[in-house]
Design a protein around this ligand. Structure first.
Ligand SMILES: Nc1nc2c(ncn2[C@@H]2O[C@H](COP(=O)(O)OP(=O)(O)OP(=O)(O)O)[C@@H](O)[C@H]2O)c(=O)[nH]1
Ligand SMILES: [Mg+2]
Ligand SMILES: [Zn+2]
Length: 319
């Protein structure tokens, strides 16, 4: 089936000198699905032969060639306009690129559970670091009476981010229109959030089709069951694509100093008024952060979380 790659985000300038242009819509071990103008192709990532080939991720634009023995091969990953990256969850201190070439990130939270501000801050830093737009989507509005409390938690750590609220249950689809308005041909939106947050349910509702499997959360603690196990790109009827991702409890930030400073610009701004340039906001005299804490104009827990994230980045630099 022919595919109009403009719907998948093709922009002039994305050219391959040799081979066919494709966009990675799904990655399994060593094999990927790629959308090309002639349809979805199953392609191998040619990293055995070309050692320096980047491992392709969902959202990548690639050049595909046909090998008489091996079939379709990716022979080049085109330069990425941006990535969403986190620290690899393995022991090693390395980067893991989650998705590439993203226009908008949705941080998805289910209102059937509490929202720890520290978790939101971490998601904000990795989303902000991509340079894409960032919004927060609250799902399961039918499951809580405390939406305004949750909104004030969000305002305290992400005051400038748009918040969307949806309720999707038994045929009820509240709040979808606002999100559907954002969809347009060529736009790529990635969804991040905890397992059970309702990412796949939201995508199904947006595309009005049961494409992604969804799973009940555990009755007691509302924990998700990790239903989605691979990152996957889904085409929206208006054009534009949504990327579903497996749920993660928390993310390790990666090489995101500037994003950290933007997410914590309130504290960055204050710390410019400390007496010492390298103030650690601990026991130094004339520390603007400590003074603001004493006056109770800033949340000391937010300061602690900020310093912990800074330390995390320092440790990565010094490895
Ligand atoms: N009541 C209600 N339930 C919802 C809503 N959105 C999602 N759910 C339910 O929440 C559960 C988890 O939804 P999923 O879409 O599988 O969550 P997910 O974020 O994709 O989870 P993982 O794939 O594990 O990361 C399912 O039982 C959904 O039916 C909502 O707005 N209201
Ligand atoms: Mg899912
Ligand atoms: Zn200070």
């Amino acid at each position: 089936m022919k595919i109009d790659l403009a719907k998948y985000g093709y922009k002039p300038g994305l050219e391959t000198p040799s081979g066919e242009l494709g966009r990675i819509v799904r990655v399994d071990r060593g094999e990927c699905d790629a959308a090309t103008s002639s349809g979805i192709l199953r392609v191998l990532s040619d990293s055995q032969r070309s050692q320096n080939l980047l491992a392709p991720v969902v959202g990548d634009w690639v050049s595909i060639v046909e090998d008489p023995d091996l079939g379709f091969l990716i022979n080049e990953v085109l330069p990425r306009s941006n990535t969403i990256s986190r620290r690899d969850p393995s022991e090693q201190i390395i980067e893991q690129v989650l998705v590439a070439n993203i226009d908008h990130v949705f941080i998805v939270h289910g209102l059937d559970r509490p929202l720890p501000p520290g978790r939101l801050e971490r998601f904000l830093v990795i989303a902000e670091d991509s340079g894409a737009e960032v919004s927060i989507v609250l799902t399961k509005a039918d499951q809580t009476e405390e939406i305004s409390e949750v909104k004030s938690i969000i305002k305290a750590v992400a005051e400038d981010k748009p918040i969307f609220v949806v309720a999707l249950r038994g045929g009820v689809t509240e709040g979808l229109d606002e999100i559907n308005k954002l969809m347009e041909a060529g736009k790529t939106i990635a969804l991040l959030g905890e397992s059970g947050a309702g990412k796949s349910t939201l995508i199904n509702a947006l595309v009005d089709d049961d494409i992604m499997a969804t799973g009940e959360v555990r009755a007691g603690d509302k924990k998700g069951r990790h239903t989605t196990v691979t990152r996957e790109m889904i085409l929206h009827p208006k054009g534009g694509v949504l990327i579903d991702t497996p749920g993660v409890r928390s993310v390790g930030i990666w090489d995101a100093q500037e994003a950290l400073e933007r997410v914590f610009k309130d504290l960055e701004h204050l710390s410019n008024q400390c007496q010492f340039n390298d103030c650690a906001h601990a026991t130094e005299p004339n520390c603007a952060i400590k003074e603001a804490e004493k006056k109770e104009v800033i949340d000391p827990y937010r300061v602690q979380r900020y310093l912990a994230l800074q330390k995390e980045l320092e440790e990565q630099k010094n490895r």
